[in-house]
Design a protein. Structure first.
Lengths: 549, 136
């Protein structure tokens, strides 16, 4: 096809047709406000061969591995956890029995922010959005009868990631599993906590130091561990566009790599263990293009900017979760369809692992039944849809390639802007990133209010409905059970040992010594999560958010 | 006439502030004076801010499931500082089955996911009118 061919089609066929049969709208846009033309042809795709390459080859647009799902399916990994360690342990064993292939642990907010269950700050929050962990004792219960050399475990934990990783290593040790064999991921992405998710403790500088300590420690001691999951998921949940999701996530990635290099690490020693985490929304084709653009950009960043030589350092591998904020409380069954579309987008985009949300999550934590349907959705895509039989099935589509280029181009503009501001920490401190996301979120919501954006069942196609029943409820009295157990541990442990190891931690924090070995020692001595977190609070201080509306 | 003043607050440890920020900005654009506290506020801090800012309404947003514990605490703390006249409403991930309990604890209204701004503006206008007529 040629430029003339397209013009010819427009003049001869399209325009006369539209005169008689007008289109639904004058201008069409993706879910993230990118312009969509009526038709894409080879004229829209530049430098096609060079940009695209092949799966498993730089710049990995078509996928990090040569065989992708012909080799093995993505890891089906449902994020779960609530109440006490015992209840969550039962849910994990249930999920593994249902064919889930990896664990993903949700922690409650006190655990994420460094408070024990008996802290006044924890009131109302214990066991609510995830499992409560106070000491190594809880962690042992959480993984009871789950051999840590057989599963891979992803932990959504950030400010206190260093403590939970230490606990995981100690549980492995108690099970007789060498830490060199442990496989899994800690989220450990503090920058997006300042931007979007809110579970920060310390200011950026000491937080970055803790993170690079983990990089350094794991590169030697826990070599199969993914030391960070650089997350666009929460940035998108906070209301960003697809372009912003890619741009801000990769800009965060750049900041982590810069910090680790400044610490003196060799880029190829840690970069292969960096992983990513993205959202999947309903606009399937835009999402597929987003994943492909992110892979290509990261490869370029690592090769050209940081001179990584190892191919694994250049490969963007990512987990996907379907978009929580797209779920509706109205007609919740419709969410099953939304999740299916989003999961399909993630698979067509080449995800390495996937969490599918449950239909009832706009209202509560999911029930066992709704979690099963969500997992079955992935299994149907894997085993029945046929999309996993071929690598990058949408590659070469004029629209997909053009959209991939557009997202890349617009994301580079943001990254350049952030570089001009002095990097991501500076951009966050100035509130630039937060403001950009908030403006997108506001526009999105106003479009729903004005019905410029239709959400089925919410602003159109509504029905009168009964409030849903059978929602999962977390028993509020479990806090007391948790506190009782914590008191038992505190009365049985050797307090002198606890104090001694906490003092060592304080010294390590003051020096440039890696904190991980002494954190492990604290954990082994039954120091509580908050005792460890507080020791560093005293040394590092706490972050205060700049409130912007 | 004095503009209606509203404090939007996030009690507890939950960091999901997209809804709170949207409501704050949308209410602002509807002509109200709006103050937003930021995340991680204790019920006591919220009550003190409400009094200090001399607000007519406090809107609470919580998505972590701690609403049954924390929303009534805010009402209690407002009472402790002698601010019973401030009207409290809430929103977030809140199952319908909890609404009755929350109302019995003095939370005037709960707005679930998908509520339009107009619904909330209507609520604020009606409550203000009935309060003014009581005072008048």
């Amino acid at each position: 096809m040629s430029e003339n061919g397209y013009k010819n089609w427009q003049e001869k066929t399209l325009i006369p047709y539209i005169k008689k049969n007008p289109t639904r709208k004058e201008r069409f846009k993706t879910s993230s406000y990118l312009d969509v033309k009526d038709l894409y042809t080879d004229c829209d795709v530049k430098d096609y061969e060079q940009n695209l390459s092949y799966p498993g080859q730089y710049p990995f647009t078509r996928g990090p591995y040569p065989t992708m799902y012909r080799g093995q399916f993505w890891t089906m990994r449902q994020y779960a956890g609530f109440g006490t360690a015992k209840e969550s342990n039962e849910r994990y064993k249930y999920l593994l029995k249902q064919g889930q292939t990896g664990l993903s642990v949700a922690f409650d907010l006190p655990t994420q922010i460094g408070y024990d269950s008996d802290s006044p700050m924890s009131e109302g929050e214990v066991g609510k959005v995830g499992v409560a962990i106070d000491t190594i004792d809880d962690m042992e219960t959480l993984f009871k009868d789950i051999p840590l050399d057989k599963v891979s475990t992803s932990m959504t934990i950030n400010a206190t990631a260093f403590i939970l990783l230490a606990m995981y290593i100690v549980v492995g040790k108690k099970q007789g599993v060498d830490k060199k064999l442990l496989r899994g991921t800690i989220q450990n992405d503090i920058l997006k906590e300042y931007i979007a998710r809110g579970t920060y403790i310390y200011p950026p500088k000491p937080s970055m130091r803790i993170i690079t300590d983990i990089f350094e420690y794991c590169s030697k001691e826990v070599p199969k561990w993914n030391t960070i999951s650089i997350s666009g998921y929460h940035i998108r949940e906070a209301g960003s566009t697809a372009v912003q999701e890619v741009a801000f996530t990769l800009a965060n990635g750049i900041e982590y790599v810069k910090s680790a290099i400044e610490k003196g690490l060799n880029v190829d020693d840690f970069a292969g263990r960096l992983s990513f985490f993205f959202n999947a929304h309903n606009d399937i084709l835009e999402e597929v293009a987003k994943f492909r653009a992110a892979r290509r950009m990261w490869a370029k960043i690592m090769k050209e900017r940081f001179h990584a030589k190892n191919e694994r350092s250049q490969m963007l591998r990512f987990h996907t979760q379907t978009g929580g904020s797209t779920l509706t409380a109205q007609q919740p069954e419709n969410n099953i369809i939304r999740v299916t579309l989003q999961a399909l987008a993630a698979v067509l985009g080449g995800t390495q692992s996937l969490h599918t949300n449950s239909m009832d999550e706009a209202l509560a934590l999911p029930t066992e039944k709704s979690v099963r349907i969500a997992l079955r959705t992935q299994q149907i895509i894997a085993y029945e849809s046929g999309v996993a039989n071929v690598v990058d099935p949408l590659g070469g589509s004029y629209y997909i390639e053009s959209l991939t280029d557009t997202i890349e181009e617009k994301a580079w503009e943001y990254i350049n802007k952030i570089d001009e501001l002095g990097g991501m920490v500076a951009a966050i401190e100035q509130g630039f990133v937060q403001k950009e996301i908030q403006d997108s979120a506001y526009q999105y919501q106003m479009d729903i209010e004005n019905k410029e954006r239709i959400i089925v069942g919410v602003n159109s196609f509504q029905i009168e409905e009964e409030p849903p029943k059978d929602l999962l409820k977390v028993d509020p009295s479990l806090r007391f059970e948790q506190i009782k157990n914590l008191q038992r541990i505190k009365s049985q442990r050797d307090n002198e040992k606890v104090l001694k190891s906490l003092n060592l931690l304080k010294e390590a924090a003051r020096s440039d010594q890696n904190i991980m070995p002494v954190v492990i020692e604290c954990v082994e001595n039954y120091a509580t999560l908050q005792e460890i977190a507080d020791t560093l609070r005293q040394e590092f201080g706490e972050y205060k958010e700049s409130v912007i509306i | 006439m004095r503009k209606i003043r509203i404090l939007i607050a996030k009690p507890g440890l939950d960091g999901h502030d997209r809804g709170a920020k949207f409501i704050a900005r949308a209410l602002q654009e509807n002509g109200y004076e709006v103050i937003y506290t930021g995340i991680r506020q204790t019920p006591k801090q919220i009550a003190l801010a409400a009094v200090q800012e001399d607000v007519d309404f406090v809107g609470l947003s919580l998505l972590s499931g701690a609403h049954n514990e924390l929303f009534p605490k805010v009402v209690e703390e407002l009472h402790n500082v002698g601010a019973d006249d401030i009207i409290v409403f809430g929103g977030g991930v809140i199952p319908n089955s909890d609404i009755e309990f929350l109302k019995s604890k003095g939370i005037r209204a709960i707005f679930g996911p998908g509520t339009s701004i107009k619904t909330i503006v209507d609520f604020i206008e009606n409550e203000s009118k009935s309060r003014n007529s009581k005072i008048g």
